[in-house]
Ligand binder design. Structure first.
Ligand code: MN3
Length: 204
């Protein structure tokens, strides 16, 4: 997908994650917050036709090669599009637990167990100060680690493959959970689409 970028429809209904993630939050998060990132990215690139063949991943990988005046907006808006597309695709209603396989073995190698990974991932999500993201990422050799970014930054410039991505901006949970980020994280763990995570890991 390249310019003009479009709002990718949710792969499930807005109310599909109830009661873990509420309908109104999903409507606003996808239809307003993500839509705004898509529109702002298109507006930023409109006057730069030489960049219209680049994907968001390519834009984010080559930020320092972009015209100086659009480096910050592309970092924020392309990052917002990338992170949110991965976030929404990475959730599923009635999500199944992580099955036995390559990713589970790698998680057990890195963290000891899936439960211990989730415990450390929760701590990481809680420790993001202000707005940002917490990820499970892989290097090219398949070694997993927990990664965090502020704002709409991504793991792409670090050369890491995103496997699981959790939005800890307040807009992801404030309507239902108010300031209780820990409660959001506990419930969000139940909507992780582990099949997508396995695919991302296999394609690293
Ligand atoms: Mn968000």
């Amino acid at each position: 997908m390249t310019y003009p970028f479009e709002l990718i429809p949710l792969p499930y209904a807005h109310d599909a994650l109830e009661p873990l993630i509420d309908t109104r939050t999903m409507e606003l998060h996808h239809g307003a917050h993500l839509k705004t990132f898509v529109d702002n990215l298109n507006n930023t690139l409109a006057g730069h036709p030489s960049l219209h063949g680049q994907t968001v991943e390519e834009l984010l990988l080559n930020l320092e090669k972009l015209p100086q005046e659009i480096q910050t907006p592309v970092r924020n808006f392309a990052g917002g599009v990338y992170n949110h597309n991965m976030y929404f695709a990475g959730m599923a209603p009635n999500a199944a637990p992580l099955a036995d396989g390559e990713l589970k073995v790698a998680i057990e190698k890195a963290f000891g167990s899936v439960e211990e990974f989730l415990a450390q991932y929760k701590v990481a999500g809680l420790s993001v100060f202000g707005s940002g993201w917490a990820y499970l990422v892989s290097d090219a050799d398949g070694n997993l680690s927990i990664f965090k970014t502020p704002n709409q930054d991504t793991p792409i410039p670090a050369g890491l493959t995103l496997v699981v991505i959790m939005d800890v901006w307040e807009h992801a949970y404030y309507l239902l959970r108010q300031n209780r980020r820990a409660e959001y994280i506990d419930n969000w763990f139940k909507v992780i689409n582990w099949q997508i995570a396995e695919t991302r890991y296999a394609n690293r």
